[in-house]
Ligand binder design. Sequence first.
Ligand code: PMP
Length: 352
Amino acid sequence: MSTAIPTRPDLASLPAYVPGRTVPGAIKLASNEAPGGPLPSVSEAIARATAEVNRYPDMGAWAVVERLSRELGFPQEQIAVGCGSVSLCQQLVQALCAPGEDVLYAWRSFEAYPIVTQVGNASSVPVPLDATHTHDLDAMLAAITPRTRLIFVCNPNNPTGTAVRRDALARFLDAVPPDVLVVLDEAYREFVTDRDVPDGLEFARTRPNVAVLRTFSKAYGLAGLRIGYAVGPEDVVTALRKVYVAFSVNALAQTAALASLDAKDELLARCADLVLERTRVRDALLEAGYEVPESQANFVWLPLGERASAFAEHALEHKVVVRPFAGDGVRVTIGTPEQNDVFLEAARTFGR
Ligand code: PMP
């Protein structure tokens, strides 16, 4: 049925968020999810919490905020919990940008950045990655104007897995004007093994224009429940709470996050195993002749250019779903050793 109700004309050009595909019977290595299901202790906590879903959740997720405050050593006033960190990306734009002000980010990077920017009526300034598929921080600095309000630095970067080092990031932060917020999106922080890749919280502790985003979706395996958090300047966190969709972090997610923090050691041990697989998969791909930038995340990037879509189709014939970015490359999530073996066999036979 057609309607006379006008919607925002600019939404017609809004890029769609394309989620990784789920294909029945195929292995999904397309969404950077944890390969293992929830720990029994986490499942039990979720099951217990279902008995009270007739009640609204704790609106501010205060128990999670209080727990993170103790774990991270930041005051509660500097921590906001959101419905996944993607929600916090959107809240940041809504909270900081007047219509037409600029949001700067590297490209290619997390595909939600252009979407949340446009939804928030702000303007995107994408700055190309350098030839090593890494943030070009000098070019990003050069792109800052008086209209710039917010800069996303995805570290490690999705989908390339590359990471910005401590010294380079410190120099960048020194040069960013104090009224521009730099958001260090650390969705994959728990997979970082290079000691020169900084923990963004180091910077958030000392610099009043730095915020850090983290998520329970990846290392903590709770992608389906939707919970993440931001650590940042108190004024920014207060503003994030104002644009929060009431009750959007549900009760099961809050309970699961707390139970996951109780099981942190076990979950981080899983990450350590995954990192070993990351090395094995990358080495095998290099051996097979692929270019693969060193990854600090739970995925690898194959910059296949025009062959990206064909590679994804070939992988699917081997019953593996990967994530192609047409004309650019393919992102492959690290799975279990068995899943990775199936993927590697597909990679070895591509184009032969
Ligand atoms: N940031 C980055 C860099 C991501 O890759 C993702 C998930 N793909 C997110 C944020 C959002 O994660 P979530 O909303 O599940 O917390």
